[in-house]
Design a protein around this ligand. Structure first.
Ligand code: SF4
Ligand code: SF4
Length: 434
């Protein structure tokens, strides 16, 4: 694709990077066939190729984008399905990230939109604040139901996402160390996530049990958002600050004793941590450390695949598992079949679901900010899941888990909860009577 950036514009490293990406697109349009939003609306501007043109025009022109451009770019899930399909290896992720940052810096959103984004930015990255907000939202649920017709869609969507029951919130603090059982074979930094700690603390508990059982010493590195949430809202300063904090936290752990891996068990966060190297490339103070942290970052399933798994538990019931492949894991990190193989090895009957490449509509804060599209995608995904009649649904991302949990009879759990159970841990609470 031809580009027309001026000499002055090219002095900016983000423009230089985006120009290279734009030039690699041959506008063949293969990507449109696997874009969930294009499949829903049929509008070229709701597909990757159309969005690439919009971003090119927006960046070349500079200044405030049109509301139409913002609408179509906001509707992008950042699911990265288009990157898996693209034969020219166009890095759409870096392009849309730049586009979102440009919008945030140059476009004045309507006041309610600004308000809700500020609230999300204030509450979600800090588990203590989010736990408080969730409690308040839960108490307000009956009133919100009563006035649902007059309430703005993001508020309704946010309250609907609050799980009916959650385990007690016990925040994991930075620096806490969990010793290996038996001989120490690995030293691990665990990034425990922000909303995950509140919505389903069992995921980190299972991860720590699973790792320590397999000879890992686990140290908690970071106890707030890794920057993923704010990054996807285009709030670059906040995202970079969170990324720097996490890089420093991991380096502190590493300097106290060599690390073998940085494990992330929420794949949305994992995609961002693996990208710290790019995000912080212009920051001389932390660029080298960011590079190092990204090189050590792995999803829990990638690390588990390298372990000699403890033998399957004797009394594991014969369960049908539907595997929901989170977009950030399959498209963002190119990890799709590994968790399925691991679950099978652990003794579960795993069934791939139809249209597994399409997003469930969760996508960070997308299911709050773009709730209509998110609902449609959720309904499609639940139909696919129900078609394999599962006893349990496994996924590697808290976002998908929350998005799907209220819509299916089958419990939705994290892959590591099943791996922990199969190798000697307790059954996930929803399966404990199975
Ligand atoms: S498939 Fe790749 S090269 Fe083709 S239009 Fe899409 S992004 Fe561009
Ligand atoms: S990231 Fe997902 S929603 Fe966005 S253009 Fe690519 S395929 Fe479509």
């Amino acid at each position: 694709m031809q580009t027309n950036f001026s000499f002055a514009q090219r002095q900016d490293q983000d423009i230089r990077s985006s120009e290279q990406i734009l030039r690699s697109c041959v506008h063949c349009g293969f990507c449109t066939a696997t874009c969930p939003t294009y499949l829903e609306t049929g509008d070229e501007l709701d597909g990757p190729r159309g969005r690439i043109y919009l971003i090119k025009e927006m960046l070349e022109t500079g200044g405030a984008p049109s509301p139409k451009t913002v609408r179509h770019l906001d509707r992008c899930l950042s699911c990265l399905s288009c990157m898996t399909t693209c034969p020219s290896s166009v890095n759409y992720m870096h392009l849309i990230d730049h586009g979102r940052a440009h919008i945030e810096a140059n476009f004045e959103r309507p006041w309610f939109d600004r308000l809700i984004r500020r609230l999300l930015t204030w509450a979600l990255p800090v588990p203590e604040k989010f736990a408080w907000l969730m409690k308040a939202g839960g108490l307000m649920r009956p009133f919100i139901r009563m006035f649902r017709q007059v309430l703005p869609a993001p508020l309704r969507a946010a309250v609907n996402l609050i799980p009916r029951e959650t385990a007690a919130f016990a925040p994991l603090k930075k620096g806490t160390t969990f010793p290996a059982e038996g001989e120490r074979k690995h030293r691990i930094a665990l990034i425990p996530g922000c909303v995950q700690q509140v919505l389903r603390p069992q995921i980190n508990e299972a991860t720590i049990r699973f790792l320590t059982r397999h000879g890992c010493e686990v140290v908690i590195a970071g106890d707030t958002c890794c920057g993923s949430l704010t990054h996807h809202m285009g709030k670059t300063d906040l995202a970079h600050q969170a990324a720097r904090d996490h890089v420093n936290a991991v380096m502190e752990v590493h300097n106290a004793g060599e690390l073998n891996a940085v494990i992330v068990n929420a794949s949305g966060c994992g995609t961002t941590v693996k990208d710290y190297s790019f995000m912080l490339r212009g920051d001389d103070q932390v660029a080298a450390d960011a590079d190092f942290v990204s090189s050590l970052a792995v999803d829990i399933s990638e690390f588990a695949a390298e372990l000699d798994l403890a033998p399957p538990a004797d009394k594991l019931p014969n369960l049908r598992v539907a595997y929901q492949s989170a977009c950030s894991l399959q498209h963002g990190q190119k990890v799709h079949s590994l968790p399925i193989q691991l679950l099978r090895k652990a003794g579960f009957a795993v069934h791939d679901i139809p249209d597994a490449h399409l997003c469930c509509g969760s996508a960070g804060t997308y299911n709050i900010l773009q709730s209509d599209m998110a609902q449609k995608l959720r309904t499609n995904k639940l139909t696919s899941i129900e078609s394999v009649k599962p006893d349990v649904v496994a996924t590697g991302n808290i976002g998908c888990l929350t998005q799907l949990a209220e819509g299916t009879q089958a419990p939705v759990v994290h892959t590591v909860e099943l791996l922990d159970w199969a190798t000697g841990g307790p059954a996930p609470i929803e399966l404990s009577t199975t």
